[in-house]
Design a protein around this ligand. Structure first.
Ligand code: SF4
Length: 327
């Protein structure tokens, strides 16, 4: 690992000012960043530790919750308010990683973790995300875990987070503090960028920006489900995952919020799918049409062809359970 300077600021102003220096990265739980550094994929000259910036809070705010960026994933999943009012988030957190990793991983770090594309982690292979303009080894290579929605001819990697999929369904907002103390709020759906021609740019963050919190709106009525399909029962990334919040009204779907993981370079919301479901009576025909709409622009790459039928079946199963059509 390359030598680096370790900095431990005591204020957010100091932290964001330090992060304006070139070649600087924030360090929170380190569960992804330290792996990247050990493998030579990230080599920051300066690390700014954000663990002493008093961002370890979960507070009530305007009927919802404001979750500090350094709240550990295990603490968030165990919080009684999350378990009671946002169970989709608790379940997504517990579906991610291992107990040991969840004890270290933070809310902000989870949002900002990098893809698990195996070529990204292999410095002998070309990767546009690691080295812009180098090419993409996944295209024409092993693609079993890769994306089928929102990809480009430069990158087909998926976003690995479970937590972010649940946050997308909940319409969470990311709170960002820029150097100088200006704060802005970005909907999770707009926080991430699709790869396009610049897959190395993954979010709307600017140099020096620090994620300080995630804000959850007031709890929604309805049944909340997080379903994750993966190759083994624990410690595996999603092949397909779905966060669903569905409110029924007199036998019809009053409102449906759906976000998908394992299918795209970011947590995937499909507004047109939610519009289709609203006001309808649940039926197998409706679930089929919903899957058609979700997958109409899907592009597969051979080994990941199976994600189309898998996503279709998973969506139908989740909607059956969420609408009560399964009982
Ligand atoms: Fe790199 Fe993206 Fe291609 Fe993977 S899919 S090798 S991350 S450019």
């Amino acid at each position: 690992m390359k030598d680096f300077i370790y900095l431990r600021p005591s204020s957010r102003d100091e932290a964001t000012a330090e992060a304006l220096e070139p070649d600087t990265a924030f360090l929170a739980g380190g569960t992804n960043l330290l792996d990247l550094m050990k493998l030579g994929i990230a080599a920051p000259a300066r690390l700014v530790d954000v663990n002493r910036l008093e961002l370890d809070f979960i507070e009530e705010r305007e009927g919802g919750l404001r979750i500090g960026a350094t709240v550990r994933n295990s603490d968030l999943a165990a919080d009684a308010r999350i378990r009671r009012s946002y169970p989709v988030l608790a379940r997504a957190l517990l579906a991610g990683a291992s107990g040991q990793l969840r004890n270290m991983a933070t809310t902000g770090g989870n949002l900002l973790q990098r893809t698990r594309c195996s070529y990204f982690y292999d410095t002998a292979m070309d990767c546009n995300k690691r080295s812009p303009g180098a090419g993409c080894s996944a295209i024409g290579g092993a693609t079993r875990n890769h994306a089928i929605l929102g990809t480009s001819d430069k990158c087909i990697a998926t976003h690995p987070s479970d937590m972010a999929v649940a946050l997308a369904a909940l319409d969470a907002v990311v709170e960002i503090e820029a150097p100088g103390g200006q704060r802005r709020h970005v909907r999770l759906d707009e926080f991430y960028r699709l790869p396009g021609d610049t897959p190395h740019i993954e979010t709307c963050m600017d140099p020096g920006d620090l994620v300080t919190a995630v804000v959850l709106p007031p709890p929604l009525e309805g049944r909340q489900i997080y379903r994750k399909i993966r190759d083994r029962a624990s410690y595996a990334f999603a092949l397909v995952s779905i966060a669903a919040i569905v409110r029924m009204e007199g036998g019809r779907i009053g409102e449906a919020r759906l976000a998908f993981g394992g299918l795209a370079p970011k947590p995937w919301r499909a507004a047109e799918l939610e519009d289709l479901l609203k006001g309808q009576s649940p039926s197998e025909n409706l679930f089929d049409r919903a899957a058609d709409l979700l997958l109409q622009c899907a592009t597969t790459a051979g080994e990941n062809d199976f994600k189309i039928p898998l996503a279709r079946r998973t969506l139908a199963s989740v909607l059956r359970e969420a609408t009560g059509a399964a009982s």
